[in-house]
Design a protein around this ligand. Structure first.
Ligand SMILES: *[C@@H]1O[C@H](CO)[C@@H](O)[C@H](O)[C@H]1NC(C)=O
Ligand SMILES: *[C@@H]1O[C@H](CO)[C@@H](O)[C@H](O)[C@H]1NC(C)=O
Ligand SMILES: *[C@@H]1O[C@H](CO)[C@@H](O)[C@H](O)[C@H]1NC(C)=O
Ligand SMILES: CC(=O)N[C@H]1CO[C@H](CO)[C@@H](O)[C@@H]1O
Length: 328
């Protein structure tokens, strides 16, 4: 409440749809940084999340709750959406009696800026963009990375797709929920999502390689710490070999040291990687890894050692070892 001027956000009415794991802390940071005279209206189907949000917000803060996205569009100038999947985004925007578009006014009276932060397929995002812009309103795709911790700390990375002008308009909003240095203009609408998916694909492929390599080392009988030290300073080095070694005990802060609890679940990872490969197919990009990656993810998602765990638990699946056997 001290440094609101610093964020330089317009004194308009804000709407936030989707107060889930990520949306909850993002909306909290937004509330702290928009002008105190501005109202924030939230909309979420999970009642207990709404109660928790109201309970954790200062009574002096200007907050209200809408029961449908339509009500949000009837009142807000800037609307942020953060929901799990493509079909949810579709419903939030297009549902005939409750959707955002049903509540959006004539754009000459009030033009709405839609900042769509969900991780969804590019085709759905493009479709929403077409509907919104043909009604005279503004739309950007702005997916994030950095997970729950990044959302709480307000250090998320934003990958934004839209015109230069729209990018400049949403940048202060992204800064209010993310890290100033990590706000990227990725290209025209859709490019934010494409960037996010391609990075997640590379992240998974990289983790798969690291897991296979360290399993080879394990079976040969190499000391995983020594192997990691050499990889660390050699050509095999990558983020996941140094910061996220899957062998428990090699990297203190790695997911492996928490027995792969929390983090980016194998199921979410599978969803994003599938979207990335679909995107690759649409643009005609050759992928020799495609089937291997999809099969591995499908198998892992059915493996009790990986189900609901951080995606890096793929190592246990590949090495065919139990959690209790994963140590130095
Ligand atoms: C809450 O927000 C509304 C709409 O922006 C504004 O009219 C009203 O004055 C605000 N109330 C307070 C207590 O700041
Ligand atoms: C609903 O919200 C509460 C509080 O944020 C959360 O603990 C719970 O897991 C949510 N339920 C579902 C089904 O997402
Ligand atoms: C590998 O490098 C990272 C820094 O990049 C360091 O934190 C880690 O301790 C190193 N691990 C080993 C086993 O040398
Ligand atoms: C190559 C690379 O950096 N891969 C991934 C390693 O893990 C992190 C955290 O999940 C990903 O963000 C990286 O993309």
């Amino acid at each position: 409440m001290t440094d609101r001027q610093e964020w330089n956000l317009p004194a308009v009415t804000y709407g936030f749809i989707g107060i889930g794991v990520m949306g909850f802390p993002m909306a909290q940071n937004l509330r702290r940084r928009i002008p105190s005279s501005s109202k924030l209206i939230i909309c979420e189907i999970n009642k207990s999340a709404v109660d928790k949000f109201l309970c954790e917000t200062q009574p002096s803060e200007n907050i209200s709750v809408a029961s449908t996205p339509k009500e949000i569009a009837q009142q807000c100038d800037i609307i942020i959406t953060m929901v799990p999947k493509g079909p949810h985004v579709d419903e939030v925007f297009t549902e005939k009696s409750t959707g955002l578009l049903a509540g959006a006014p004539d754009s000459k009276t009030r033009q709405i800026l839609f900042m769509e932060c969900s991780t969804i397929d590019v085709a759905t995002s493009n479709r929403m963009n077409d509907l919104v812009t043909s009604a005279g309103h503004k739309f950007v795709d702005a997916p994030v990375s950095g997970g729950y911790n990044g959302a709480v700390a307000g250090t998320l990375t934003f990958m934004i797709g839209g015109s230069e002008e729209l990018y400049n308009e949403v940048r202060p909003l992204a800064e209010a929920m993310g890290k100033k240095e990590n706000i990227y203009h990725c290209g025209k609408q859709g490019a934010g999502l494409a960037t996010k998916q391609i990075n997640n694909y590379l992240g998974f492929v990289s983790m798969l390689g690291v897991s296979e390599a360290f399993n080879m080392g394990r079976l040969y009988g190499l000391n995983p710490k020594t192997l990691a030290s050499v990889v660390n300073v050699s050509t095999g080095h990558c983020y996941n070999s140094s910061k996220e070694n899957p062998v428990k005990g090699v990297t203190e802060t790695a997911s492996a040291s928490r027995d792969f609890k929390g983090g980016f679940s194998i199921e979410l990872c599978k969803g994003v990687v599938e979207m990335a490969l679909q995107l690759g197919e649409q643009v005609g990009a050759k992928s020799v890894l495609r089937d291997v990656v999809l099969n591995t993810l499908n198998e892992a998602a059915e493996d009790s050692r990986c189900k609901g765990q951080d995606y890096r638990s793929i190592y246990l699946h590949l090495a065919d070892i139990q959690q209790s056997e994963n140590h130095l």
